[in-house]
Ligand binder design. Structure first.
Ligand SMILES: C=C1C[C@]23C[C@@]1(O)CC[C@H]2[C@@]12CC[C@H](O)[C@@](C)(C(=O)O1)[C@H]2[C@@H]3C(=O)O
Ligand SMILES: O=C(O)CCC(=O)C(=O)O
Length: 268
C-alpha cells in the first residue's frame, strides 16, 4: 500500500539512492606476475588511484571458505547477528557506518586483524562453530596481506623508494589494519517504488594506505574519476581491487563509493 511504503521511505530517509549507469571499462588491470607490474601500478595510481589485480596468488579455496562463512553469518536470524554487535567499532553493525553518523543500506562485520580480537569476536559471530569461522578469516587475511605487501613493494620500487618502506607499515605488529565483511541486503519494495538502487556504503575516501576489495559477482562499486564523474566498476569475483587511501595519495583521484543492493551480495 502506498501509505505504508511512504512510511518505510520516511523511516530510512537518510539512506540515499543512485541511478543505474553503464559499466566503466577503463579500470587498469595489473598482473602481479608481470616483471613490469611496478611501472603499471604507479601509472594506475596516478591516473585512477584504483586498479584491479590478477594473478594475485590468493587461492579460490580460501576465498570460497571465507565467503561461505560470511554468508552463513549474514543469513542468521537478526537476533543472532546482533549478539556479535553493536560495532564498537569492531563487531556486527547494521545501517550505521563509522563514528560520524553515516548510514547506508548495509550490514557488516568489522574486525581488527589481530589474532586475539578475531578469536574473541568469533565466539559471538558463529557461536555454533567459532573455530571454523576464525580459521577461514585468519587464513584469508594472511594470504591477502601477503598479496597487499607484494603490491606495496612493487609500488615502492616503481616510485624509486626503498622496497619495504610501504609494506613494513602493514607488517608492523602495531598496524591498525582492519578487515570488513559487507553485506548489502536486497530491498525490492523501495527499489521498485523509486526505480533506483539504494546506496549501501556511501561516498567516502579510505584513511589507510591502501584498501583491498573483493566482492562476489555483483555490481555496485563505483569510483570517482579525475573529472568528477562516478563510474560503476565491472564486478570480477576472481580478482582483487586496490583503492589508494588518503595516507598514500600519489596524485590519482582516490574517492570511491559503493552502492550495492543485490541479493546475497557479500564483499570484503
Ligand atoms: C564512514 C566511515 C567508515 C569508515 C570510516 C569513515 O569515516 C570513512 C571510511 C570508512 C573506512 C573504509 C575502510 C575500512 O573499512 C574502515 C574500517 C576504515 O578505516 O575507513 C572504514 C571505516 C569504518 O567502518 O569505521
Ligand atoms: O563493499 C565494498 O565493495 C566497498 C566497501 C568500501 O568501500 C570500504 O569498505 O571502504
Amino acid at each position: 500500500m502506498v501509505v505504508q511504503s511512504q512510511l518505510v521511505f520516511d523511516h530510512f530517509a537518510p539512506i540515499k539512492s543512485c541511478k543505474h549507469t553503464a559499466l566503466f571499462t577503463g579500470i587498469p588491470v595489473i598482473d602481479l606476475s608481470d616483471p613490469e607490474a611496478k611501472t603499471h601500478i604507479v601509472k594506475a595510481c596516478e591516473d585512477f588511484g584504483f586498479f584491479k589485480v590478477v594473478n594475485h596468488g590468493v587461492s579460490d579455496d580460501l576465498i570460497g571458505a571465507l565467503e561461505a562463512q560470511a554468508l552463513k553469518f549474514f543469513h542468521l536470524p537478526q537476533s543472532e547477528k546482533e549478539k556479535a554487535g553493536p560495532a564498537d567499532p569492531f563487531g556486527y553493525g547494521s545501517k550505521r557506518i563509522g563514528p560520524n553518523g553515516d548510514v547506508g543500506w548495509i550490514e557488516y562485520l568489522l574486525l581488527n586483524t589481530n589474532h586475539e580480537l578475531i578469536s574473541e569476536k568469533s565466539l559471538f559471530i558463529l557461536r555454533e562453530n567459532p573455530e571454523i569461522f576464525r580459521c577461514a578469516v585468519e587464513e584469508y587475511i594472511l594470504a591477502v596481506k601477503k598479496m597487499a605487501c607484494e603490491v606495496l613493494e612493487a609500488m615502492a620500487e616503481g616510485l624509486g623508494i626503498e622496497k619495504h618502506d610501504l609494506s613494513r607499515l602493514l607488517k608492523d605488529e602495531r598496524s591498525d589494519c582492519c578487515f570488513r565483511l559487507n553485506h548489502y541486503p536486497p530491498c525490492p519494495e523501495l527499489e521498485a517504488l523509486s526505480g533506483r538502487n539504494l546506496i549501501g556504503f556511501g561516498e567516502h575516501t579510505d584513511p589507510q594506505i591502501i584498501s583491498v576489495l573483493r566482492s562476489n559477482n555483483t555490481t555496485g562499486l563505483h569510483i570517482c574519476l579525475r573529472d568528477g564523474s562516478w563510474v560503476p566498476v565491472p564486478p570480477d569475483q576472481r580478482s582483487f581491487f586496490i583503492n589508494v587511501g588518503d595516507s598514500l595519495q600519489l596524485g590519482g583521484y582516490t574517492r570511491q563509493c559503493a552502492s550495492k543492493d543485490q541479493t546475497g551480495r557479500c564483499a570484503q
